[in-house]
Design a protein around this ligand. Structure first.
Ligand code: GLN
Length: 489
């Protein structure tokens, strides 16, 4: 059988149903590729070959029965492999969140997003690498080693969902789940030359997503083509009684085969997203992609999101503040390893002191400080007010344009080690992704070119709340007429 890992999701679904190959062969192809390449890439922290093959056999049986009675409905993802960022709970698989403090923790339940995809027939290949508790932009903050960028092994894959992005880029999974609190789906998608969606806040349940910044966290998905991402998105989206922030709106089926008419579309290009220090090839590729959309009929105009420059300081107060509260539960008593000490307090100090990494500790300290009595109004309170201004920037913009097109990161994938001693330089990587999280709007990343060193460049489309389908349609029109998304390392 020729390489099954090169099939897109819909071809794989079709091939399984038509009996061109078995699910066992499909899963085996991915497992073999993981074995061949992942020693070097380190995209996966955990794989479950036996479990995956067992489920493949069950799927093959189900397919065989279905071929006898093809009028019955099959689960839409039956037999389709999936990778899951190691910050989402999968029952029975370890969940480390890239941290030593959760070493050995095996959640007794599935995250809602995972549960829904499993119910749709997906087969989980394993859990992918992440910056510790999703804090980072390079996957270098993982306690289990950096993931390497499949386009250049000396470069980072981005982060924090770097393992999922690298897995999709290297075809170690056709699609993968990630999370995006401040850019962690879009930025690694850009660095690895794949597509990725950060849905509207509240569109996908956070139940079973280990909390980082609860008012920002959202489950997203990586793939290459829009149909793949749209299908996974629509299967995981929707209200969930176990997450009170999910919104009770219907999730319509997204059919991207319908005609896409861009001529009534107004695209805004925010002038604040083009900074003098950014890599010139990144700006060129973005401008070229926007021209391409214009050539397809869209109207393009420059807009202003005037509070963009405050997104970075606002995010780096709010996210650590929420993280400091969320991470208080890792005390060596309830989850993961416990280091012995004389008193309860010493158990806390020792376990947290030795098992949390440097970046997590930095954020817990920043957040605790920002929330402390006497500083709360000056830092956290002020940040919340400016967050509202950033949100209003978007609301105002969406009165005159339908979507916003912008860069994702000021540079392409940087060398491993380049920013590890300079947290501020690392935080600066996030300038263009943070605003969408602070406002809660959806953002869709897709590849639009390469720099001179052959590293991928991504662009993001941001839309108003729950406008994911519109974003998919535009990116799909772009992908139908370009081939950046089809290039592989
Ligand atoms: N890079 C950002 C941070 O370090 C965003 C991470 C994320 O989206 N999880 O917090």
């Amino acid at each position: 059988m020729s390489d099954l890992t090169s099939l897109n999701l819909h071809r794989a679904i079709q091939g399984l149903r038509q009996g061109e190959f078995s699910c066992r062969e499909l899963i085996q192809a991915y497992l073999e590729r993981i074995q061949l390449l992942d020693l070097d890439l380190n995209a996966y922290l955990f794989t479950d070959p036996e479990g995956a093959l067992k489920q493949a056999e069950a799927a093959d049986q189900r397919l065989a029965e279905w071929r006898k009675f093809p009028q019955t409905e099959l689960p839409p993802l039956l037999g389709i492999p999936l990778a899951v960022k190691d910050i989402l709970c999968v029952k029975g698989m370890p969940c480390t969140c890239g941290s030593k403090i959760l070493e050995g923790f095996v959640p007794p339940y599935h995250a809602t997003a995972v549960e829904r995809l499993l119910a749709a027939g997906a087969i989980i290949l394993g859990k992918t690498n992440t910056d510790e508790f999703a804090m980072g932009s390079s996957t270098e903050n993982s306690a289990y080693g950096v993931t390497r960028n499949p386009w250049n092994r000396e470069r980072v894959p981005g982060g924090s969902s770097g393992g999922s992005a690298a897995a999709v880029a290297a075809r170690l999974a056709p699609v993968a789940l990630g999370t995006d609190t401040g850019g962690s789906v879009r930025q690694p998608a850009s660095f690895c030359g794949v597509s990725g969606l950060k849905p509207t806040y509240g569109r996908v349940s956070r139940y079973g997503l280990v909390a980082y910044g609860s008012s920002l966290d959202v489950v997203g998905v990586f793939g290459r083509e829009m149909q793949e991402i749209a299908l996974i998105y629509e299967l995981m989206a929707g209200v969930d009684p176990r997450d009170a922030t999910t919104v009770d709106l219907p999730v319509p089926h997204i059919d991207l085969n319908q005609n896409i008419e861009l001529s009534n579309l107004r695209i805004g290009v925010p002038k604040e997203y083009f900074l003098p220090g950014m890599q010139p090839q990144v700006e060129q590729a973005i401008r070229e992609a926007i021209r391409h959309l214009q050539a397809l009929g869209a109207q393009v105009e420059e807009i202003s999101l005037p509070h963009t420059e405050y997104a970075l300081p606002v995010y780096y107060l709010i996210a650590p503040a929420e993280a400091s509260a969320n991470l208080a539960r890792y005390d060596g008593i309830r989850y993961g390893p416990r280091l012995s000490a004389a008193t309860m307090w010493d158990i806390f100090y020792r376990t947290r002191g030795e098992k949390f990494g440097a970046e997590v500790k930095r954020r817990i300290m920043l957040g605790t400080y920002a929330l402390s009595a006497g500083y709360y109004d000056a830092y956290y309170g002020k940040a919340q007010k400016v967050r509202t201004l950033i949100k209003q920037d978007f609301e105002r913009a969406f009165q005159t344009v339908d979507v916003i097109a912008a860069p994702i990161a000021p540079t392409t994938a940087f060398p491993i080690g380049e920013h590890t001693d300079d947290p501020l330089a690392m935080y600066l990587e996030d300038v263009f992704t943070l605003p969408a999280n602070l406002a809660g709007v959806p953002g869709l990343a897709f590849p639009v070119g390469f720099d001179q060193q052959g590293l991928p460049i991504g662009m993001q489309l941001m839309g108003s709340y729950f406008q994911e389908e519109l974003l998919f349609r535009i990116a799909h029109a772009y992908q139908l007429t370009t081939d950046w998304h089809l290039r592989t390392p």
